[in-house]
Design a protein around this ligand. Structure first.
Ligand SMILES: NC(=O)c1ccc[n+]([C@@H]2O[C@H](COP(=O)([O-])OP(=O)(O)OC[C@H]3O[C@@H](n4cnc5c(N)ncnc54)[C@H](OP(=O)(O)O)[C@@H]3O)[C@@H](O)[C@H]2O)c1
Length: 292
């Protein structure tokens, strides 16, 4: 069975929706902390196996992962030490379950010196543990979600200001639903070669270019206004309601953007899916259509 962890999350939902187009629901095993959610119950009603699993309760993982042959471990969202502990518990359980191929959602630029704290302290050590595990693997290094651009779209359009900490260097993004397709494609495949994929749009964009794309799409003037990386966490907490414990660690991500660490464009997405990922303009058109 094809295992997707964290089944109620946004990325997981997209992966599962794509899997349901690729394989029989009976081949899909979804784990979640809340199997009674509407989403989980709907999946179960469609014939997907849904089980309770919580990386913070390792005793739940063995029974939940039993029967999985290929597994996508979706990284969680917590403080860094907790996230790493959760990832390692998930990996341990995947190995114990006899899974043949593991997939993990990492972040672009993962390495020991990566500027984003969560990349250095969570994704990179998780990648290292996967490589050392002896399992075959696909590491999915995701670019920044394009959704980050539209997290406060109403305010951006109302004020005509895209307030971001983007520096002068271009940065690449990718739509979360595109990542759902690529993860499902690898998961539903049979390949067991070890791969590290950089999943990005086909070009990168400066803050000014992102603002221009917003103006073009929504027919309103939008300009980019720089927020210093150090001030970005407070902005996220105030405007997006992100708890300070999580927003604090976004400083490193902003510094990485300013340093040009995300000016990295790859064609890995096309190689895996046979399609181009959405461009920024196409992504924004989709957002506009969904707003009605
Ligand atoms: N590339 C980027 O720009 C970017 C941006 C934001 C986040 N991310 C990362 O990508 C991941 C997926 O993004 P998303 O938008 O789907 O996030 P999301 O909707 O917030 O989902 C969070 C995920 O974490 C799982 N989770 C949380 N605590 C868990 C635990 N104790 N045990 C097992 N699973 C747990 C949830 O599963 P259940 O609720 O079903 O248990 C859910 O799948 C995030 O968790 C984060 O690591 C990347």
């Amino acid at each position: 069975m094809l295992l997707v962890s964290g089944g109620n999350g946004n990325l997981a939902r997209s992966v599962i929706a794509n899997l349901l187009r690729m394989t029989d629901p009976g081949n899909i095993l979804v784990t979640t902390r809340d199997p009674q959610s509407d989403n989980a119950r709907q999946l179960a009603a469609q014939g997907v196996t849904v089980r309770h699993a919580d990386f913070d309760a390792p005793e739940t993982l063995g029974p939940a992962f039993a029967g999985a042959t290929r597994a996508l471990l979706i990284s969680t969202y917590a403080d860094n030490s907790e996230r790493l502990r959760q990832n390692l518990a998930g990996l341990e359980a995947v190995k114990a379950a006899g899974v043949e191929h593991v997939l993990y959602t990492s972040f672009l630029g993962a390495g020991p010196d990566a500027l984003p704290e969560h990349t250095q302290l969570v994704h990179w050590p998780t990648e290292q543990a996967i490589v050392a595990s002896g399992l075959s693997y696909t590491i999915l290094r995701h670019a920044l979600y394009a959704e980050i651009i539209v997290g406060d779209l109403d305010e951006t359009l109302a004020t005509g200001v895209l307030a971001r900490s983007l520096g002068e260097k271009p940065c690449t993004y990718i739509a979360r639903d595109d990542l759902g397709l690529s993860a499902a494609t690898v998961l539903a495949g049979s390949g067991r070669e070890n791969r590290v994929l950089n999943e990005t749009m086909e070009r990168s964009y400066t803050g000014d270019e992102v603002a221009e794309a917003l103006s073009r799409c929504f027919g309103k003037p939008v300009r980019y206004e720089r927020i210093a990386a150090e001030d970005w966490p407070a902005y996220m907490t105030e405007k997006w309601g992100m708890p300070p414990s999580l927003s604090a660690s976004t400083v490193g991500t902003m510094r990485a953007i300013e340093a040009g660490e995300f000016d990295l464009v790859s064609d890995d997405y096309r190689k895996v899916t046979g399609r181009s990922p959405l461009s920024l303009d196409e992504f924004l058109e989709g957002v506009k259509a969904a707003r009605g």
